[in-house]
Design a protein around this ligand. Structure first.
Ligand code: ADP
Ligand code: MG
Length: 682
């Protein structure tokens, strides 16, 4: 909190510190602190008018109090009014002081939700608002704010009340913007937010869709849209090299494939081609469900850069995936006489140095690597194009380091984790998105099975054997390598030993994160070539691995995994022609969220639908991995529910920028995103 503001607020250093934990460090932060919900202490509902499930304030005289011991210790109090209507107050935890506060003969006011109880209507753990009949009712409804421990509601409310009184709340948006939207004045909205008058019901307030709420949501979304639009304009002002090529190398690449690109692959490749032919840097996300064939599109795009005389580089989040890309690209590119280099942390020092020398001298035109590519000592002769596979697995800073190896390079990011439309518009407006919305032909949807791992294990082991006898291969994935007693997770090693003992005639491999890169690569290679029948693995194989002959995926402790992880793993099979299966083994007891996740993955195969439900289950912050992506989160708007406002905000932002309304834009951003630069650079 800056000193002036904390002086105005008259708060202690400790309180200021607690507020800072909530990211409340200025008067404006306080004004924009959104309540979680509201309570209504502005009027009393007569005991005769109570409606089940409604939350209300009641008043009555205590005519009876007792502590009951069955089924468990609890305090029961009976309130009555003059007309003989009554209500039971029930406390399952209580202190002696509460007992005396609620002694017989007193008149009290209680706030709580009305429920049907054994003796009639009751409230469980109501809040006692006043014990004196003469206490005045509140004039406005009471907001309940998000808080941290040690900071009570009264303190936050007081601070916000002072902020409200001391701040001149002006409108950042002119009438001409607001008028067509039919949204209320900003100052009114802020006042209604923190001190809503009884014209509003607590129910409507809690629904967060009243016009004043929509005004706040709109302003918040507008700031977000403006911020992204400006970032985009800044990028478009940069000049990059336009790749004008005949596309001959791409033609030769496609000619050597055993398959034809799908229409969707052609479409996205053309979108990328058009971007690369422009003289400002491409910033495009290539989205396509697991197995939709993003890799070949990336390869073709890289050739456009190479044909134009520039170097290109691809990075992947795991060594296994980078290695696999390397072997694919090497096959494709070597046929075109284009050498491909590979760089990862696990290479020998001398090998690494060789790759670095080749990149700097320009002898090598294309490199694939892990995070090792972002190291300071990696430099290029003329890097013109970077590709980031599984982009959500990299942080903003890492991606920046990568693209800064060249000068205003073109960027292609790829992801199988689809971004639902609302999120794409809300958080990724600075990205152009290409979608591969079609699977290569002859894919049979994977059959998903849910099995209790304690009861059905040997049945599944037999299934593994059957698949292998049919000439196919199987994955068996375990989530952790180290035995964690608390979680009782099966380790990959244990599973490996058990399977090897049960089926001595099969050849089974093991790959996990603790192995040396070269060992991992060797095992993977054996699996790819088909000399291993089954592969037991930790989730190191989660992304990208492509072995079409593998048709069974067994996932241990599926209940502990996130939806996108499960979808990715399941996507490892179903890549050849045959029927593939995914067995999700779970261990009881299951939490509600785990049950929900398993239901979603069991019932859905479409990655977009899974992502949409995942977003609903977790909210955008968790979904995006907000910390890592650096995406600013929303306080008021709910990106799914308020998609209409998001669309309006997007159009308004475009209009303001088009009209060159710099002053308005700046003052609006200063209010909502004063630290804007902290999360730019996506
Ligand atoms: P992802 O989009 O998950 O990265 P990949 O690029 O690894 O998927 O492709 C999955 C598999 O599909 C690979 O074996 C690839 O060779 C194959 N594939 C890609 N495009 C086609 C196509 N048009 N027709 C047939 N198979 C294809
Ligand atoms: Mg891939």
């Amino acid at each position: 909190m800056n000193p002036t503001d904390s002086k105005i607020l008259k708060i202690s250093a400790t309180t200021a510190e607690k507020l800072a934990k909530l990211h409340l460090t200025s008067l404006w932060d306080l004004l924009l602190h959104a309540p979680l919900r509201y309570e209504d202490e502005t009027h009393i509902t007569p005991l005769g008018d109570l409606v089940e499930n409604e939350t209300c304030l009641v008043e009555g005289k205590i005519i009876f109090q007792t502590v009951q011991f069955r089924p468990r210790k609890q305090l029961l109090v009976r309130l009555e009014n003059a007309t003989g209507h009554f209500l039971i107050l029930r406390y399952l935890h209580f202190y002696p002081t509460q007992q005396s506060q609620l002694s017989e003969g007193k008149t009290v006011r209680a706030l709580g939700q009305v429920r049907a109880g054994f003796y009639g209507l009751e409230m469980i753990h109501p809040k006692i608002v006043a014990t004196e009949k003469s206490t005045a009712l509140k004039e406005t409804l009471t907001p309940v704010y998000p808080t941290v421990s040690g900071l009570n509601q009264a303190t936050i409310r007081r601070a916000i009340a002072v902020a409200l009184e001391k701040t001149a709340v002006t409108d950042t948006l002119p009438e001409k913007v607001l008028q067509p939207l039919n949204l209320p004045d900003f100052a009114c909205a802020i006042h209604s937010l923190h001190a809503p008058t009884p014209e509003y019901s607590a129910f409507d307030l809690n629904n967060k869709n009243l016009p004043f709420f929509r005004r706040l949501k709109f302003d918040e979304l507008l700031a977000q849209q403006l911020s992204m639009r400006l970032a985009r304009n800044e990028r478009e002002r940069l000049t990059a090299i336009a790749f004008n090529t005949s596309g001959e190398l791409v033609q030769r690449l496609l000619a050597q494939l055993s398959f034809k690109l799908t229409a969707a692959q052609h479409k996205v490749l053309n979108e990328i081609k058009a971007d690369l032919a422009c003289s400002h840097p491409m910033h495009r996300l290539l989205q396509g469900d697991v197995g939709s064939g993003k890799t070949i599109v990336a390869a073709a795009a890289a050739l456009l850069a190479i044909e134009a005389g520039f170097q290109a580089a691809l990075t992947a989040p795991t060594e296994i995936l980078a290695e696999q890309h390397f072997s694919k690209f090497a096959t494709w590119f070597n046929a075109l006489n284009i050498p491909v280099a590979y760089l990862s942390g696990s290479l020998k020092k001398r090998e690494k140095q060789q790759v670095k020398d080749d990149l700097l001298s320009g002898r090598v035109r294309f490199v694939i690597g892990t995070h090792a590519l972002f190291q300071d000592d990696v430099a290029f002769e003329n890097l013109g194009f970077v590709i980031v596979d599984e982009q959500h697995r990299f942080g903003v800073q890492q991606r920046l380091n990568f693209k800064n190896k060249g000068n205003n390079v073109h960027q292609l990011m790829m992801s199988a984790t689809p971004i639902p439309r609302s999120l794409a518009m809300g958080f990724f407006a600075d990205l152009d998105v290409s979608v591969i919305d079609e699977m290569p032909p002859n894919r049979t949807p994977v059959k998903t099975h849910l099995k209790n791992s304690e009861l059905r294990r040997s049945e599944i082991e037999q299934f593994v054997r059957k698949i292998i006898q049919d000439g196919r291969q199987a994955y068996w994935v375990c989530p952790l390598i180290e035995e964690s007693e608390a979680l009782q997770l099966k380790t990959a090693t244990e599973t490996f030993e058990r399977l090897s003992q049960t089926f001595p005639e099969l050849s089974i491999g093991l790959v996990h994160g603790k192995m040396k890169a070269a060992e991992k690569a060797a095992v993977m290679q054996q699996f790819v070539s088909g000399s291993l029948n089954a592969l037991v693995a930790t989730t190191v194989i989660e992304v990208g691995v492509d072995v079409p002959n593998a048709t069974l995926m067994v996932i241990e402790h599926a209940e502990r995994m996130g939806l996108s992880q499960l979808h990715q793993l399941r996507g490892r099979v179903g890549r050849g022609g045959g029927q593939s299966h995914c067995v999700l083994l779970f261990t009881e007891p299951l939490s509600d969220t785990a049950k929900e996740r398993l239901r979603i993955i069991y019932q859905n195969t479409d990655g977009f639908e899974i992502a949409r439900q995942d977003l609903q289950l977790r909210g955008p912050g968790e979904f995006l991995g907000a910390k890592q992506s650096g995406v600013p989160l929303l306080r008021f708007a709910d990106i799914e529910r308020d998609i209409d406002l998001l669309e309006t905000a997007r159009d308004t932002a475009a209009q303001l920028v088009r009209d060159g309304e710099d002053t308005i834009i700046q003052q609006h951003l200063n209010r909502w995103l004063p630290n804007r630069e902290e999360y730019l650079g996506v």
